[in-house]
Design a protein around this ligand. Structure first.
Ligand code: IPE
Ligand code: IPE
Ligand code: MG
Length: 252
């Protein structure tokens, strides 16, 4: 049997779902003597690069943290530029996403966004809803605690309406009400920008994700860096509570 590079690649444990905390835009811009906004603008190119990388690696789902529920606390000017940028990128990029068979969605509490932005999001989601390729989820006004609290609220409402029994509230039924529940489990969580924290991102979903932290600032993150993260993931032993010996036994 001949072993070539392609077959070696197929042996790799591929992550099916990758999420990224895209951090370090402000510091990237400041390091160049520019305003923070320049960093957010430059970061759009890195988004394109990881979408391309995810398609190449045949990842099923890519989830990007664009704006947290805490980011409203930033100076009003920065928040407003971020909203404009979001709107601009959405209208400009969605056709390209559609052409590439990508299914696009936004997760988070959208009610705080302008009507115009909400409409644009809905339109983009509808356009790409039937696409069968990569599922690209952008987290905007998203918070992991909000997600869990919101799921609890949905379940409570079902019980109140007699659509569900109290006894049936468990981790499976709650999971179904959280964002991204229809996608493969989160395998790999990447954070750029050199900080070692989760900043209220996918708290529920990252229960057994592998974490990858890099010093690289988001605008400098590219396809090569993305591939590096996937390679590191491949080296990890995921035990899910079992012993290393048990895991090796299953793999045989
Ligand atoms: C991440 O970059 C983008 C958003 C949070 C919107 P930052 O803006 O947090 O950049 P740093 O961390 O200040 O460098
Ligand atoms: C997390 O980055 C949110 C996004 C990348 C969108 P932050 O820059 O807001 O995180 P903290 O405040 O440093 O934890
Ligand atoms: Mg930051």
């Amino acid at each position: 049997m001949t072993t070539n590079v392609a077959s070696l690649d197929e042996d790799k444990k591929k992550p099916q779902h990758i999420a990224i905390i895209m951090d370090g835009n402000g510091r990237w811009a400041q390091a160049q003597g520019k305003g923070r906004v320049a960093g957010h603008k430059a970061g759009v190119e890195s988004v394109r690069a990881v979408v391309k990388g995810a398609r190449k690696a045949q990842v099923k789902a890519l989830t990007l943290f664009a704006f947290s529920s805490e980011n409203w606390q930033r100076p009003a000017k920065e928040v407003s530029v971020l909203m404009d940028l979001f709107m601009f990128v959405l209208t400009r990029e969605v056709k390209r996403l559609h052409k590439n068979n990508i299914c696009f969605q936004v997760i988070g509490d959208l009610s705080r966004f302008s009507d115009k932005l909400q409409k644009s999001i809905k339109k983009s989601e509808l356009l790409t809803a039937d696409n069968t390729g990569l599922v690209l989820s952008v987290a905007a006004n998203y918070g992991g605690r909000w997600d869990i609290a919101n799921a609890a609220k949905q379940l409570a409402s079902k019980v109140q309406k007699d659509e569900m029994l109290l006894e049936d509230i468990n981790e499976h039924s709650l999971h179904k009400q959280t964002c991204l529940s229809g996608l493969p489990e989160l395998d790999l969580l990447i954070r750029t920008g050199g900080d070692y924290r989760i900043s209220n991102f996918l708290l529920w979903q990252s229960a057994y994700a592998e974490f990858y932290f890099t010093e690289i600032l988001w605008p400098d993150f590219n396809e090569v860096e993305f591939e590096k993260a996937i390679d590191v993931f491949d080296q990890r032993e995921r035990r899910f509570g079992k012993t290393g010996e048990q895991v090796k036994q299953i793999e045989k």
